[in-house]
Design a protein around this ligand. Structure first.
Ligand SMILES: C[S@@+](CC[C@H](N)C(=O)[O-])C[C@H]1O[C@@H](n2cnc3c(N)ncnc32)[C@H](O)[C@@H]1O
Length: 251
């Protein structure tokens, strides 16, 4: 089976970084928020070990399915893991999983990933945290890889929780019944539509988890911030700050 060309799509996501200040709430402090730091070395080491193992598993899936190494950016994620300027360039899952765990992801907890890409974080959340994970991805190539990955993890008995990775538009997906929504900041070109959807569809007490990509000023979603308890989260390991994010708990 021909491996899809996934690398060409990565710069498109990165180039959106410039627009982020326009969507940032920027002042969560005014909204009665709190800030927490996750710096439990033991937990973070465990997550790091598990995430490395997960990428090796993911690579096995990819090689078995497509007869090629998994996309080069996965390799790069590992190489860039401990980066410069005291910031941990975490894209292989540690901060995402720490955030999801902080938001309560675990056995029996229903997580919806909004824009599940090729499913690396999503398969990890099901395998490592044991959460019941659904993911929606618009891009057909990404979604096909993600669905095959989910099937492979399930067939090999590697998932603790449920794992259902679908192709579709998350703006049209029913949010009913989910405890946690996971969103990789900058994952949509229409954050306002997403905000409206979350405001209408996320249940009371449900959490909207925003994994922060690069900007450390704001998370976006100002209306949602007004109607939620907002917890800003930093993850620190060995003096390095990992990219982290925010948890909006719907009031
Ligand atoms: C930055 S990636 C996140 C991948 C993965 N969830 C992670 O945390 O590593 C964001 C993804 O959202 C997808 N996306 C953007 N808008 C979408 C929409 N309306 N419905 C479904 N997927 C969407 C993009 O195609 C992209 O693959």
């Amino acid at each position: 089976m021909m491996a899809p060309n996934l690398r060409r799509k990565i710069p498109q996501i990165q180039s959106e970084a410039a627009s982020i200040d326009l969507m940032g709430a920027g002042a969560p402090g005014r909204l009665g928020s709190q800030r927490i730091i996750i710096d439990d070395d033991k937990l973070l080491k465990q997550l790091e070990t598990e995430c490395r193992r997960h990428l090796a598993l993911y690579d096995r899936f990819y090689t078995e399915t497509y007869g090629a190494r998994s996309p080069a950016h996965l390799e790069k994620f590992i190489q860039n893991a401990k980066a410069e300027k005291g910031t941990f360039w975490d894209s292989f899952g540690v901060a995402s999983l720490a955030l999801l765990k902080e938001a309560g992801a675990g056995r029996g907890v229903r997580v919806l990933s909004l824009g599940s890409g090729i499913g690396t974080v999503e398969t990890a959340a099901a395998r490592i945290l044991g959460a019941d994970v659904t993911g929606i991805e618009y891009d057909r190539d990404y979604a096909t890889v993600a669905k095959r990955a989910a099937d492979w993890f399930k067939a090999n008995g590697l998932t603790e929780g449920g794992l259902n990775l679908l192709q579709g538009d998350f703006l049209e997906h029913d949010l009913k019944g989910y405890d946690i929504l996971y969103y990789f900041q900058l994952g949509t070109s229409d954050p306002k539509a997403l905000e409206e959807k979350v405001l209408r569809g996320l249940k009371k007490g449900g959490r909207f988890v925003v994994y922060q990509y690069e900007n450390r000023k704001g998370y976006g979603f100002p209306k949602l911030a007004e109607k939620s308890n907002l917890t800003k989260v930093d993850v620190k390991e060995g003096g390095l700050t990992l990219h982290a994010g925010a948890i909006f708990t719907h009031k």
